[in-house]
Design a protein around this ligand. Structure first.
Ligand code: GAL
Length: 354
């Protein structure tokens, strides 16, 4: 129910922003998923099914929203809370691999895995498939070769996530929409930026880094990268990195791109500590639409963010798990859409995520 409400609200919000086609499509696919799930639920005795969920790291803000919603939604579908086990991989692949082995030994009925390293996906897939357990990957997309194997072998494996190219493009557009005159404080005719990346092995980090800058270039801007650092999705790390960049490049830093909001919040602390003012002499964007970041967008202390729809992704992952359990099966890739967030729609998004 909440999911339907979210989609409808997104469609209404976006209708006024020239990109109405995206949420309308999202709403259609949501409807289809909801119907499929209702049907699937009627056929399955979900209360007896054991679900194992591996999260790469509990301390990650976005994955905390994701796993909380996932658990609530699974219970809403009829799974028993006692049969849902969610474990913390503490950002260590060896730890997570041991957790997967335990789930296999425990004969769980389905696994939902947010891998620590997406490059470990083939090893994970091999052992889970060998154990005859269906597998839903979330959030960290395995590479194309790995996904091709699922299809070639007809395995019960799928990936649920959003296309990070879209989030990067939206970040670039948020800056491009300001116009060069507003951005180019040092008057060199270029957008001088620093980039704070998430985990470099993660395709979300790679694509957001690439496509945010590409969107600026596609809009006709000349860009100048002053600094590119790895903040590993972490607020405190980003705060330090941005403090360093600001002291090295000073007023030349016009834009700070962060691959997620947690790092943007860290960046903002350093921007303010350096006596700079977002919206006046520097611009800052993130991704995720964490509540705190949305409050900053409303206040003007962040230029914008991009809603990473944890409702849609967690519901789709749970729905996919149900379709494996009922024998219906799934496509090998289940996508969702990001939503661009500006000062104009930030309050609506905040009301929705709170
Ligand atoms: C991204 C999200 C980040 C972080 C990462 C973990 O989609 O934007 O904040 O949670 O996933 O893989």
């Amino acid at each position: 129910m909440k999911k339907k409400f979210v989609s409808m609200l997104l469609a209404a919000m976006m209708a006024g922003t020239m990109v109405a086609a995206v949420p309308v499509m999202a709403e259609e696919s949501t409807e289809a998923t909801t119907e499929a799930t209702t049907e699937a639920t009627a056929n399955a005795d979900l209360a007896d099914k054991k679900v194992g969920v591996c999260i790469y790291q509990f301390s990650d803000n976005f994955m905390t929203l994701f796993r909380t919603e996932l658990e609530n939604y699974l219970v809403g579908l009829g799974f028993s809370k006692d049969n849902i086990t969610i474990v913390d991989g503490v950002n260590d692949q060896a730890t997570q691999s041991g957790q997967i082995d335990s789930f296999i030994a425990d004969e769980v009925d389905v696994l939902i895995i947010n891998p620590v390293n997406s490059s470990s996906a083939s090893t994970i897939t091999d052992k889970v498939v060998a154990a005859g357990i269906p597998l839903v990957y979330i959030n960290r997309e395995p590479d194309a070769d790995e996904e091709a194997r699922w299809e070639e072998n007809g395995w019960n494996v799928t990936y649920v996530g959003c296309d990070a190219r879209q989030s990067g493009t939206y970040q670039g557009e948020l800056i491009a929409d300001l116009g060069l005159d507003a951005i180019d404080k040092n008057g060199n005719g270029k957008v001088d930026y620093i980039m704070i990346e998430g985990d470099p092995e993660n395709v979300d980090a790679q694509y957001r880094t690439e496509f945010s800058v590409k969107a600026l270039e596609d809009a006709g801007f000349e860009v100048n990268e002053l600094d590119d650092q790895v903040g590993n999705w972490d607020q405190a790390t980003a705060q330090q990195l941005v403090a360093n960049s600001l002291s090295q490049y000073g007023d030349d830093v016009e834009v700070v791109f962060c691959n997620n909001d947690a790092m943007a919040l860290g960046a903002l602390q350093s921007i303010e500590a350096a006596g700079r003012t977002v919206g006046e002499d520097i611009f800052l964007v993130g991704v995720d639409a964490l509540s705190e970041a949305l409050e900053d967008v409303i206040a003007g202390t962040m230029t914008g963010t991009v809603f990473n729809d944890h409702f849609s992704q967690s519901h789709s992952a749970a729905d996919a798990a149900v379709r494996f359990l009922t024998g219906e099966g799934n496509d090998y890739y289940i996508g969702c859409d990001y939503v661009k967030v500006t000062q104009e729609n930030a309050q609506d998004v905040l009301d929705m995520v709170k």
